[in-house]
Design a protein around this ligand. Structure first.
Ligand code: BTN
Length: 247
């Protein structure tokens, strides 16, 4: 069992967004590191870049984990994204093959998205004072209304239903393991695992940026979290989030 993450879990039937709830709670209360807000339903679940996050009531994991990574310099904040993504990847890899991390932190099985992560950091001087890691994992949902992020669930992939409490416990453990490695400064292990899990690494595929569409190969991610792609014309490109689209 996880010792820190989920030790204090606030379970809600319904909420606007677990990230919003955690942030408001934190504004008025002292909360232990590892506090989790877990919800059965969100009526305003948030995705990256103002997208919404679709989830039927009681079918999926919707949670926010509060962390105090004050040991992490701001310029290394992408490491936090990596460890949370690796934790979610490890949970799903217990049930399905070929679980990958699509840069920066979407979790994919094949070409479909099974989980999304929205991390909201509060910077304190040169470090991250607190981080709210919002995680949505599609588990028992049979179909999705929106096709936008190519959604898929564990049910759709396996034909089986899963016990959400059990999976929640497992996810707390896998995230705690990776977060613990980061806290102990085992950065090389984290970086290597992230690269090994990266969707489309070394695979020639189409991308588009401000200059148009091109064929290229993902070669890695740099220390500030930019995606590195070598275009077929030999040019090396690096991108911040949303500067490049995967076609
Ligand atoms: C993405 O767009 O990929 C990020 C999705 C993050 C969704 C989760 S669900 C729990 C938490 N609360 C939110 O409002 N969003 C995150």
């Amino acid at each position: 069992m996880a010792e820190i993450i989920g030790k204090n879990t606030i379970k809600l039937e319904s909420v606007d967004s677990t990230n919003n709830y955690t942030s408001k709670l934190l504004a008025d209360n002292k909360l232990n590191e590892g506090t989790v807000v877990l919800a059965g339903y969100q009526n305003a679940g948030r995705g990256q870049i103002n997208n919404s996050w679709e989830s039927e009531p009681g079918k999926n994991l919707l949670m926010s984990v509060l962390l105090y990574p004050d040991f992490l310099p701001v310029q290394h904040q992408f490491l936090l994204s990596k460890v949370v993504a690796l934790g979610v990847r490890d949970l799903l890899a217990c049930f399905v093959d070929e679980v990958k991390i699509k840069w920066p932190n979407d979790i994919y099985v094949g070409d479909k998205k099974i989980a999304g992560i929205l991390i909201e950091n509060s910077i304190m001087g040169y470090t991250i004072g607190s981080a709210i890691a919002g995680i949505g994992v599609n588990i028992n949902q049979k179909s999705f209304l929106s096709n936008a992020p190519n959604p898929v669930s564990l049910f759709q992939l396996t034909g089986g239903f899963f016990n959400l409490d059990e999976l929640f416990g497992m996810l707390c453990e896998t995230i705690e393991l990776w977060y613990g490695l980061l806290r102990s400064n085992k950065v090389d292990i984290v970086n290597e695992a992230y690269i090994n899990a990266l969707y489309r690494l070394g695979v020639e595929s189409f991308y588009s940026d401000n200059d148009g569409e091109y064929l290229g190969v993902i070669t890695g991610v740099n220390s500030i979290g930019q995606l590195l792609i070598r275009a077929s014309n030999g040019k090396n490109k690096n991108y911040h989030f949303k500067e490049v689209a995967f076609l």
